[in-house]
Design a binder for this molecule. Structure first.
Ligand SMILES: Cc1cc2nc3c(=O)[nH]c(=O)nc-3n(C[C@H](O)[C@H](O)[C@H](O)COP(=O)(O)OP(=O)(O)OC[C@H]3O[C@@H](n4cnc5c(N)ncnc54)[C@H](O)[C@@H]3O)c2cc1C
Length: 376
């Protein structure tokens, strides 16, 4: 460490989008970093994500985080296998859904105040621009111009490689245990505790259990969401139908669509990786409405997201030397370059992002899981 008074040795647990970003930033800024990953790089939720990225957030802190994330994604574009495909993001409410229509009308000026390149748009103009998008039933639509889609599993390998280039050690197939000592990591199959000055738990859905084992409970619940791809190559924007509660985007295989939130806590070690029939039926109906057809499904799957009581992330120090980055409500990939950066900076001595301070909760709060990608 040369530039700051921060910790010299840091363990990062989890090589998803957030952990690899933090590992890179920490190593680049002088920390001696070891990144522990239970399985493969991007083998967690990041590898199952839909790759939708946008900066259309109304709250000022969210807008600033998303702006920074998109800025970094643009800088990483073209490095390794990571490619960012700029594409507009449209979100809409249907006729008769006055509550969500009003929410969109209210959000857009707030986003604009925060410097986001978004605007309300005439649904008929959208249909004219995107041949396969149906908007006859749409009451209100907005478009975010600084959005993109990516293949999400290409991002963590790039950041892990960059971390290694800055001197970090990356240990895959190495689940760790924090139960012996919260800043002492015990890699699976080893007896000795490896001591670190700081430990960052960026273990996605497993973060809750790891931190409970370390005696630092957090207010987070993993929950299951679902997605599918279909082979038809369609002219559509990235689109979130808020009334129907689903999204779609163009995809290298044709079309990707998803949501299918199961609003119950999932067991991160035992959950159904396949999509449910009800999700496939709902998507057939939703896609028929939005693109005038129900394309044949090529692949479908489920994955885990992480909820918090106020739907804001848990990002920062939970106890001396022990940090967390989780609770992203389905928006963790698109914000990962900024959230990983922010928690790395906090570990090295900067202020954290105050509204995301994980100690705002005791950790034992009762709360309901509410789906993340909503406009309410
Ligand atoms: C179907 C689906 C679609 C989604 N679509 C989007 C989207 O379009 N845009 C968006 O922004 N977000 C989306 N998300 C959410 C997004 O996937 C997550 O918010 C994001 O990937 C979280 O990244 P992470 O690094 O926190 O966690 P993860 O990617 O889950 O990484 C955590 C890692 O920790 C490892 N780990 C766990 N326990 C241990 C241990 N004990 N020791 C060592 N390693 C451990 C895991 O193996 C895993 O690799 C989607 C999620 C799903 C499931």
């Amino acid at each position: 460490m040369t530039e700051s008074e921060g910790p010299e040795t840091v363990a990062v647990v989890g090589a998803g989008a957030v952990g690899t970003t933090a590992a890179y930033d920490l190593a680049r800024d002088g920390a001696d970093v070891t990144l522990f990953e239970a399985g493969d790089i991007a083998g967690g939720s990041t590898g199952r994500a839909s790759g939708i990225c946008y900066d259309a957030f109304a709250e000022d802190v969210d807008a600033a985080v998303a702006q920074r994330a998109m800025e970094r994604f643009r800088a990483f574009d073209g490095q390794g296998d990571f490619e960012l495909t700029p594409w507009p993001y449209v979100w809409l409410a249907r006729e008769g859904d006055e509550r969500r229509a009003e929410a969109i009308r209210e959000q857009v000026p707030r986003m604009q105040t925060n410097g986001r390149n978004v605007e309300l748009v005439d649904p008929a103009d959208l249909a004219a621009e995107f041949d396969d998008l149906r908007t006859d039933d749409v009451a209100v639509a907005a478009v975010a111009h600084d959005a993109a889609h990516v293949v999400p599993e290409t991002y963590p390998p790039l950041l892990a490689e960059k971390a290694e280039a800055e001197g970090a050690t990356v240990r895959t197939d190495t689940p760790v245990d924090l139960s012996t000592d919260p800043t002492g990591v015990v890699p699976d199959g080893e007896d000795a505790v490896q001591e670190f000055d700081a430990v960052l738990v960026a273990a996605g859905a497993h973060s809750k259990q790891l931190l409970a084992d370390a005696g630092a409970p957090i207010a987070m619940k993993p929950y299951r969401v679902q997605a599918l791809t279909a082979s038809d190559d369609l002219a559509v924007p990235i689109c979130y139908d808020a009334t129907g509660g689903f999204y779609l985007r163009p995809h290298p295989e044709g079309l990707l669509a998803g949501d299918g939130t199961e609003e119950v806590e999932a067991d991160p070690d035992e959950w159904d990786r396949d999509a449910d029939d009800w999700f496939l039926d709902d998507m057939a109906e939703g896609l028929d409405r939005r693109i005038g057809q129900s394309p044949e499904v090529e692949r479908s799957w489920a994955g885990l997201c992480t909820a918090t009581p106020d739907r804001d992330p848990l990002l920062g120090e939970v106890r001396d030397g022990l940090y967390v980055a989780t609770g992203f409500q389905g928006h963790g990939f698109m914000r990962s370059p900024a959230l990983g950066e922010a928690v790395a900076a906090e570990i090295l001595g900067d202020e954290g992002i105050e509204p995301f301070d994980p100690t705002r909760f005791e950790g034992d709060e009762a709360f309901e899981i509410v789906e993340g990608m909503d406009v309410e």
